[in-house]
Design a protein around this ligand. Sequence first.
Ligand code: 4AD
Ligand code: MG
Length: 431
Amino acid sequence: MKFINIKELGDCVGDEVTVKGWVYNIRSSGKIAFLQIRDGSGFTQAIVEKSSVDDSMWEVTQSVTMESSVEITGIVSSHPKMENTFEIQVSSVSVIHTAEEYPISKKEHGPDFLLDNRHLWIRSKKQWAILRLRSSVYGYIEEYLREEGFVRFDSPIITPSACEGTTELFEFEYFDLDKAYLSQSGQLYLEAGIGAFGRVYDFGPVFRAEKSKTRRHLTEFWMMDAEAAFVEHEENMKIQENLVHYVLRKVLENNDTELEILKRDKKNLEKALNPFLRMTHKEAITELKKLGSDIREDDDLGAEDEKILTEQHDTPIFIEKYPAKVKAFYMKRDPEDESRALCSDLLAPEGYGEIFGGSERESDYDVLLKSIHNHNLPEEDFKWYLDARRYGSVPHSGFGIGLERLVAWIGGVKHVRETIPFPRMITRKSP
Ligand code: 4AD
Ligand code: MG
């Protein structure tokens, strides 16, 4: 008898094996019982025939409750109709723990109920697929960056100042040192990191006290920031495009199981392997007006604008050169038009909208200091940051990925609250 994970069943057809897991569904006629079993690695069906087990074991199949933990032994067989699907013809079943009546059933539950029970909801097939996809995507991003020579350089979460504007900061008292803030992005620290390592990235939770209740906003989400010395605006976009292509190719190669459960059409992802569309902010405004938006020349793109724009196209779109005044203080200005920033937002197709934000950074000390003043930021807090422009300043660029938004698009998931294990939103801080 061999103990195996469900994902290994395909290698064990004809063998007697033991699987340990949970019962996620039960069906039974008088003579045969079907136990749907999951063990974290996958899902399978265990078939118990009354005539081939003793009475006490048959009794177990009649009384076992949903989500009880069990140990099952039997012979592995191929599903008679479905390819690549395997079952267990059970010879023995025992219960490790009998679950109480499980609150999540097959019937429709409202989102609040499911979110209140997030600690259990994660066991359901769809949530399992989404969070596995998240884990994979996380790994692919790291793989790509390491292959491209980026060094992991983690940034602090407790910070003395704002990175992305002061209106969305979580603030708290920090012992005798006055106020501190939860990080909105590690970028400023990464800019220091390139002075030592040339190319760096971080990956961790960041925080936005955003009062947005949309399907793409969380108050705590995971960001990957990357930063590279001697990289200018154009190359910065190229790195982002290559990264997305790498991640998509890996997902298409390795994540069929998840995509199938999510009913995600692979064609949508394959189309995104084409070169990304590029448009300037100005061109985007023109197209948006044609599409009926009342957006003005100098406006930032709103969620609705990004939605209608990206519904028109199959590939992600880089929107470049936003008006500098709607963007962060650190962005370098476009030498051809000083009112614009050398930046790009990467919008995912199918209405998903912004998934990456990036720019070339201002590398001139005086210009940057002026920008800090213009944004009413305290110069004192940014002294260390300005030092990169005093000791061997170089042209450099970087970008940040919102992991939950990237996974939502890749998996075809509507709301980012399902692409993180335990979502934090303005109306939710538990479980
Ligand atoms: O565009 P953002 O604000 O850019 C920065 O923070 C830069 N400092 C990053 C950098 O250049 N290193 O955020 C980056 C990404 C967005 O494109 C979006 O995908 C995600 O983070 N994001 C959010 N995701 C979920 N909920 C929110 N409230 C988010 N705000 C931003
Ligand atoms: Mg942004």
